[in-house]
Design a protein around this ligand. Sequence first.
Ligand code: THU
Length: 181
Amino acid sequence: MDEIHSKNGKTQEIQKLIKLSHVAKDRTHSPYSQFRVGAALLCSDGTVFTGCNVENASYGLTICAERTAVVKAVSEGHRDYTAIAISSDLKNNFIVPCGACRQVLAEFGTHIEVYMTRPDLTYHKMTVGELLPLCFTPDQLTREKIAVVSGQNPEGSTVSEIPKLIKSNGLEAEELLSGEQ
Ligand code: THU
């Protein structure tokens, strides 16, 4: 864990965050892809959590650098983030976060600034909301829903009643199931 103090202004704070993401990249465990990624997550209180990608012989278990940083921060009691810097060894391209990491970041706010960097420390900045438009966020779970009796389908229908329900909504169940509408 590192501390960043903003007394010298935001630019310096972000440059330090970007450098920390490149340092984090050195700790990568990526023997399969040989693709090193680092991340540095800035909390609203100035605390920084770094992360690297951690791969596994069972490839699908790989954890991205960004999610490593988020999981470290949450497990240490930090949930308010202002920015994340991401780094890789791509010489001519800014590293972009994968879709899964965009969704995980969106859980904590679409306002979070994402600094996608290159090894020369130049960056391209976008917010999580810009990177993942129309994203599914926690507030959507509490929006008004249709009435559902526990264990049953919408409108209280049982599974066998679903074709009837679809038909009553103006659609032929068979057509729907066969994809010919
Ligand atoms: N990777 C990340 O760590 N973050 C991303 O946003 C993109 C991909 C890692 C996962 C894997 O270890 C390697 O890059 C190649 O996909």
